[in-house]
Design a protein around this ligand. Structure first.
Ligand code: EPZ
Length: 442
């Protein structure tokens, strides 16, 4: 398994280009199942989860062409299989996003239950209840969800109230509702930019979706969807990660091809901490920071547009370098502090009190051998390594490869001393399945 070797202490300076958003590309790829015509997606990030999603679609019978590295042309004219197998779903939870489209277009789907993962139990009960509201019959058989539409008919539009905001639950229901008979109204829908991006693609395909980005989304079902071309939005979490990298190293970065409006809450919080961030234009940010005048600030993770849980780990790394005490409250996942113990091994002063991590700073970090546990925890350890004295070795970096495109190359290009150390034995093997039923998150 590859590892990163980082020598800390360098301030980052230069220009970083943001890749497409993994968490938009994944549902948009699944949406191609809703039509027999071609769906072309541009600005798809070249990351491991996208490769996994492509493999799943091809296993179902889709034809996927990549005329360029970040352009995927997906044709689902000849889908012969309607199953997302366990060995795939356990490595990438987002595989469950094929459930809604398969059910809507073909009236059947068999998808492995995702099981727990590094950051929490992460059930899909809300997905299943929502699809049942549209008339789907759902049974659990040997760890699989077996769903079908009775009498090979069509799903029926309905009003669905999500008790809890669920991003992929909203996405699965949205996609299913586009081909249902009649109107579906989703209450307490997720409002993430990735939801808006998916709805833009669906409407380009001929769907009739209104209210994306608000808590109430209305979908009027149509008979069939058609071809479309769409460019995936930039990754707001990668943007936040590089903003934090500039802050923690006391550097200065120009961040290109981003969407500042999607990172508004993260920008506001970093400004409170004392980071200077300027919006140059609609796709460029300029961030500058003198590391020794940063103040600790509390944060609570909540659904968009509040502070994203996917930035919590990166923010915790930064709080080890700020003056004072920061209380970081994680309200989305029940086990998303795995990075704290690794940061402690680097000298961080962090106390876990239930769903809150209390971070004292500033604390000089020392390089150490640490282990990544999930995608965003890996990013947190990279940020800590950039500021730690001496050498940091981060193991199991396949976690970070799931959601960051060539992060070590992007960091090296702005002055970081970071290299990927390939493990000769497993250099070309796929990542090991997580221990036991543990899947990796996404
Ligand atoms: C999406 O996961 C993202 N993944 C996650 O990003 C992100 O952390 C999460 O949303 C929250 O923003 C993708 O978009 C592919 P949820 P998702 O359903 O949809 C509970 C990353 O790092 N819940 O919004 O799986 C759930 O356990 C990944 O890129 C149920 O109880 O998250 C959690 O506590 C990690 N039942 C909360 O709701 C359900 O049926 C929010 O989960 C569904 C969810």
């Amino acid at each position: 398994m590859d590892r990163f070797r980082i020598i800390g202490g360098r301030s980052l300076r230069g220009r970083v280009t943001i890749s497409g958003a993994k968490n938009s590309a994944l549902p948009c790829m699944a949406a191609a199942l809703l039509t027999s015509e071609s769906v072309t997606l541009h600005n798809v990030p070249y990351v491991r989860d996208i490769i996994t999603q492509r493999r799943l679609l091809e296993d179902l019978g889709a034809h996927v062409l990549t005329p360029e590295l970040r352009t995927h042309k997906i044709a689902c004219a000849h889908i012969e299989l309607f199953e997302a197998p366990y060995d795939l779903v356990k490595t990438m939870r987002a595989s469950v996003l094929v459930l809604g489209p398969l059910l809507a277009r073909f009236g059947k789907a068999k998808v492995s239950l995702p099981g727990g993962c590094a950051i929490g139990t992460r059930p899909i009960d809300l997905h299943l209840e929502a699809l049942q509201r549209l008339g789907a019959q759902v049974n659990l058989e040997a760890g699989y969800v077996v769903a079908r539409v009775p009498q090979r008919g069509r799903l029926q539009g309905a009003e669905v109230n999500f008790d809890k905001v669920t991003v992929t639950g909203t996405e699965n229901l949205l996609m299913a509702a586009t081909l249902a008979e009649g109107r579906t109204v989703i209450n307490n829908a997720a409002r993430e930019p990735e939801i808006i991006d998916l709805c833009e693609l669906l409407n380009r395909m001929g769907a009739r979706v209104r209210g994306a980005g608000t808590p109430t989304i209305t979908i009027d079902g149509v008979e069939a969807l058609g071809a479309a071309e769409h460019t995936i939005i930039p990754d707001r979490i990668e943007t936040g990660t590089f903003l934090t990298a500039a802050a923690i190293t006391g550097g200065e970065l120009e961040i290109k091809d981003c969407r500042p409006e999607h990172s508004a809450i993260v920008i506001a919080k970093l400004r409170e901490v004392g980071v200077e961030i300027e919006e140059i234009n609609q796709s460029t940010l300029h961030v500058r920071c003198c590391a020794d005048d940063l103040c600790a600030r509390d944060v609570v993770t909540e659904p968009h547009p509040r502070f994203p849980t996917d930035m919590q780990a990166q923010y915790m790394a930064l709080m080890t370098q700020t003056r004072g005490t920061a209380r970081i409250t994680e309200t989305i996942f029940e086990n998303r502090f795995m990075h704290a113990s690794e940061l402690q091994r680097m000298g961080a002063r962090i106390r876990i009190e239930g769903h809150m991590a209390v971070v004292e700073g500033p604390t000089p970090l020392m390089g150490a051998r640490v282990q990544a546990s999930d995608l965003r925890a890996s990013a947190s350890l990279v940020l800590a390594g950039l500021v730690a004295a001496g050498e940091t070795i981060i193991e199991r970096v396949y976690h970070i490869d799931r959601g960051y495109e060539k992060i070590e190359a992007k960091l090296r290009a702005v002055g970081a001393e970071i290299e990927r150390v390939r493990d000769s034995v497993t250099a070309n093997l796929p990542p090991p399945a997580e221990v036991g039923a543990l899947q990796t998150e996404a």
